[in-house]
Ligand binder design. Structure first.
Ligand SMILES: Nc1ncnc2c1ncn2[C@@H]1O[C@H](COP(=O)(O)OP(=O)(O)OP(=O)(O)O)[C@@H](O)[C@H]1O
Length: 942
């Protein structure tokens, strides 16, 4: 139901001079200028006056100065206008509104004898607007009778001396009350009419009952306010929609001053009441015109009845009747002023639709339709808002930001394509290497089997045949390896080519203004490559482990069967007393070997050379399983690259099984091949597997050149006060170290005592495994919480029986900067009390945790997830926009959060600033904060 705000339509009707006025030769004070304008108190038309033939222009100073007020209204009717004219202009539109369901009202205002009743009721020859309106109303009702059902009831009231009377029944006074529909006259019974003729009869009846007294101004002066109301109820036959409307036609009593009526006694009193109600009406009109909220409708019964018409849900027309005679100068002037004020009043009009008789189904349907409409509009609004938001976010075409984004997208697609080709080459290369390693391992295992087959044969009849089969299988493996060499070389070349492209691209990017943003993206791409590599390594190791496990199972069965046969033969020979000393010795050695396998094996220094030989052999099982020679580490961690673009920690740690750092494979690592200068190689950080000195638990860092590297603790911003240490640290890979809490003198191969703080001396052979158990080692000499976190996930490898080792590992714990390896009493009982040769234990895996590098040339390590999240082109663009917004682009340190190393890893910008900042200060509120930080920053080295 729409509500419309409309002004009151104000018309002014000027009646002709009546007989009395004409007799008094009055002056015309109204000059109608056009259909909406009149002039009040115009100049008089004067005859030209000539004196001695000369026109006299001087004014008659005895005459009053005229007001000459030009006033504008909606309609102005001069003295020639008929009631029909008034009806057509003012009332016909109202009739249409009534039929559309709007309340309407019209009231005539003016001094006594101004023509109000004439306008409203007229006479037989000239019917008033009430009759004409009702006639038209009935005509329209007739034409709509097919689709609507109408009920029409009328009431005719008068307000006389503040009393409300029913003119049709001459009963009263009636009381007024207000309900939701507005002001209602209590006990008012509507008279039903069916045509305009019936109306005329009722109007005549009502007028006869109306209080009238002759005044000086009007012989038939109406001394009351007459209110004629038509109540129409319309019901749509099809839908049941109901409308109830009210048309009010009000003939007000004369607004003249009491003096003009020259009334005395009762006349004076009624005049005072008339003026009181009209004064209240005037107040209401004034306040409504001023837009005030409180309107004093209750000041009089007239204003209470007119409340709807003036300020409610009603289309209202006010017809101000005036006399042109100068005799009513003041009354006319007041009427015009009121009319002008009333022009400013606005009413809120709405259709009075009451769907009370509508079927329920229809209402449900309507409600559903409207609910759908609301949802549709809501979705549309949301859609439009989203479009608007996007549009606002989009940089204007041609703006520097838009241009830079175009450039950024170009760079991103170049980077994507470069890394895609690198990824493809890497995947093929690693797959080929993995296959080659697997084949080599099979060859090795078959050779071992061949050796055993030559020994374990029943009569030698099938030996040659079996050996030939094995040889053929070995040959086939060898051929497969040879066949894929060409492929391997091709993919290696492509990989190297893509690496060169990447390096060139990096150099180019560094020259651009977008370097700061793109460095982070590049790092993310490096992380992707690293992640792919890790996945492929994992698959390779799983495959190798499976093959190895199958082989072990076979060997286990062979050993069980062999042991059974040997036992039986031994007992047989002994019972026959045929056991010679040589066989007996062999059996004793076998038993001893078997015992050693169950216990812990210690290697003497004498074994070191053999061990090295094993490790150096490209055919060793360990080496075959190791794919680390496909690593890109050497490239990423060369000093040169540190100063440009750092990569993530995939290459942070390279563990070599070689003491001298040389590669065991004939084909060098592709990554190393790119940047593998000798100098770089010497700087490469290699976790060297420890030399075994007695029962030494050793762990130290060396360079590949064999030089012992000074222990490097993780650099943190809090250590920036030590520039000498930091300068070294920033150039090198940060490697944690274990330091023995009570350093003992280790035995060198030559027997001389060597002090090595990086080794844990457990040479007390009386302890055996028990010495490892419950041992506590300090983590780094300078204990600090950060170094501790470096070792938060330590795995230990040993030559101890895997089952025992496993039990030890399960009890390896870290607490307060100490690492404790412990076995339960139960396990210790099972373990041999004394073990010879010595235990070899080395750190296999640690969880390496690094903080972001605070300086441009620092290497930083970030978790894959962080980089992968950062690797999307969108995120780069978003970051770029963010930076642009902060005006930080182009500045070296503007992007990077925390340490602010612009030349470092841009990826750190994705870290929560609070964390990086606190990390930079090494200032964590709690352990959980530190752990959270470590999780964000950590990389598990595998
Ligand atoms: N436009 C008109 N044309 C011809 N005669 C008119 C016109 N207006 C009024 N008259 C005549 O003027 C006389 C007074 O008019 P009317 O009774 O309508 O005045 P009124 O404003 O109703 O006065 P009151 O307030 O005292 O009732 C009537 O005889 C009426 O016929």
């Amino acid at each position: 139901m729409s509500t419309d705000s409309r002004k009151i339509r104000v018309a002014v009707r000027v009646r002709p001079f009546n007989q009395r006025e004409l007799e008094g030769n009055p002056r015309n004070i109204i000059k109608v200028l056009d259909k909406s304008t009149l002039m009040f108190d115009p100049d008089e038309d004067e005859d030209e006056f000539f004196f001695h033939g000369v026109k006299q222009t001087h004014r008659d100073i005895t005459k009053r100065v005229k007001k000459k007020l030009t006033m504008e209204y909606d309609d102005v009717f001069d003295n020639t206008a008929t009631n029909s004219d008034i009806y057509e202009v003012c009332m016909q539109p109202l009739v249409q509104s009534v039929m559309n369901g709007y309340n309407c009202s019209v009231f005539v205002y003016g001094a006594t004898g101004a023509g109000k009743t004439h306008t409203m009721l007229g006479n037989e020859a000239c019917p008033g607007i009430t009759f004409l309106t009702m006639k038209e109303l009935f005509r329209q009702i007739e034409s709509l009778s097919e689709v609507r059902k109408f009920d029409i009831g009328i009431s005719y009231l008068e307000v006389y001396n503040e009393l409300v009377m029913n003119l049709l029944t001459k009963s009263g006074p009636l009381k007024l009350r207000e309900d939701s529909n507005g002001v209602v006259v209590s006990g008012l019974v509507l008279k039903q009419i069916h045509n305009a003729t019936e109306l005329l009869e009722l109007l005549a009846l009502g007028n006869r009952n109306r209080t009238q007294h002759p005044t000086d101004a009007n012989a038939e002066s109406s001394r009351s306010h007459a209110i004629f109301q038509v109540h129409i109820r319309m019901v749509e036959k099809k839908t049941g929609q109901k409308r109830t409307v009210k048309l009010s036609m009000i003939d007000l009593a004369g607004s003249e001053r009491a003096a003009s009526t020259k009334g005395l006694g009762i006349r004076f009193k009624e005049g005072a009441n008339i003026n009181k109600s009209l004064l209240a009406l005037g107040n209401c009109i004034n306040k409504l015109a001023d837009g005030l909220k409180h309107i004093p409708y209750r000041d009089s019964n007239l204003t209470r009845i007119l409340k709807d018409s003036l300020g409610g849900n009603c289309q209202t027309v006010m017809i101000a009747n005036i006399s042109p005679s100068s005799l009513t100068y003041d009354d006319t002037y007041n009427t015009l002023k009121y009319a002008s004020r009333a022009k400013k009043i606005r009413t809120n009009v709405r259709q009075n639709i009451v769907p009370s008789n509508v079927p329920k189904e229809f209402l449900v349907k309507k409600v559903n339709e409207q609910a759908e409409e609301i949802e549709r509009l809501k979705a549309k609004v949301a859609d439009l808002e989203e479009q608007l938001r996007k549009k606002e976010q989009q940089p204007a075409e041609g703006s520097p930001l838009a241009l830079n984004e175009t450039l950024l997208n170009t760079w991103i697609s170049r980077i994507d394509s470069c890394y895609a080709s690198m990824r493809e080459a890497l995947q093929h290369l690693i797959a080929l290497k993995s296959k080659e390693k697997l084949l080599n391992m099979r060859v090795k295992l078959k050779e071992q089997a061949e050796t055993i087959a030559r020994i374990v044969t029943l009569d030698g009849s099938h030996l040659n045949e079996d050996i030939a089969k094995m040889e053929a299988a070995i040959d086939r493996c060898g051929k497969q390896v040879a066949n894929q060499q060409a492929d391997k070389t091709r993919w290696l070349e492509r990989f190297r080519h893509s690496l060169r492209n990447r390096n060139t691209l990096r150099e180019e990017i560094l020259q651009t203004e977008l370097a700061t943003v793109l460095k982070g993206y590049l790092s993310g791409k490096d992380a992707e490559i690293e992640a792919i590599k890790s996945t492929l390594y994992k698959e390779h190791v799983l495959q190798m482990s499976f093959t190895y496990a199958q082989e072990n199972k076979l060997w286990h069965n062979i050993m069980v069967l062999s042991g059974d046969i040997i036992q039986q033969n031994y007992l047989l020979l002994r019972s026959m007393d045929r056991l010679d000393s040589v066989t007996h010795d062999k059996l004793k050695r076998l038993v001893k070997l078997n015992q050693r396998q169950r216990g812990v094996t210690f290697f003497d220094d004498d074994c070191q050379q053999d061990r090295n030989e094993i490790n150096l052999s490209s055919n060793s099982i360990d080496d075959i399983a190791n794919l680390s020679d496909c690593s890109e580490d050497a490239v990423d961690f060369s000093p040169d690259n540190k100063s440009t673009l750092s990569t993530i920690g995939g290459g942070a740690l390279k563990r070599s099984k070689l003491n001298d750092g040389s590669e065991s494979e004939s084909d060098t690592c592709p990554m190393q091949a790119e940047s593998g200068t000798e100098e770089n190689a010497s700087e490469r950080n290699v976790f060297k597997k420890p030399k075994i000195v007695g029962r030494t638990f050793s762990f130290k860092t060396t360079t590949s050149s064999g030089l012992t590297r000074p222990p490097i603790s993780r650099r943190t911003p809090t250590k920036q006060a030590k520039p000498s240490v930091m300068a070294t640290a920033s150039q090198r890979l940060k490697v944690p170290r274990l330091v023995v809490s009570k350093t003992k003198m280790a035995q060198s191969p030559s027997g001389s005592a060597v002090r090595d703080e990086n080794k844990l001396n457990v040479s007390d052979e009386s302890c055996g495994i028990g010495s490892i158990a419950n041992s506590t080692f300090d983590i780094c000499t300078s204990k600090d919480s950060e170094t501790e976190s470096l070792f938060s996930n330590v795995l230990v490898e040993s030559n101890v029986d895997p089952q025992v080792l496993d039990k030890v590992l399960r009890r390896a714990s870290m607490k307060g900067g100490k690492m404790t390896l412990s076995v339960s009493k139960e396990n210790r009982k099972k373990s041999p009390k004394r073990i010879d040769p010595p235990v070899e234990v080395s750190i296999m895996k640690t969880e390496m945790l690094y903080l972001p590098a605070p300086e441009a040339n620092e290497i930083s390590y970030y978790p894959y997830d962080t980089f992968l999240a950062n690797a999307s082109a969108n995120s780069v663009i978003n970051r770029y926009r963010m930076m642009k917004a902060k005006d930080g682009i182009g500045s070296t340190g503007g992007v990077v959060g925390g340490g602010g190393g612009g030349g470092g890893v841009g990826g750190s910008a994705v870290l929560p600033k609070s964390i990086t900042a606190r990390a930079a200060n090494n200032n964590f509120d709690s352990d959980s904060d530190r752990n959270r930080h470590n999780r964000l920053m950590g990389i598990v080295k595998k």
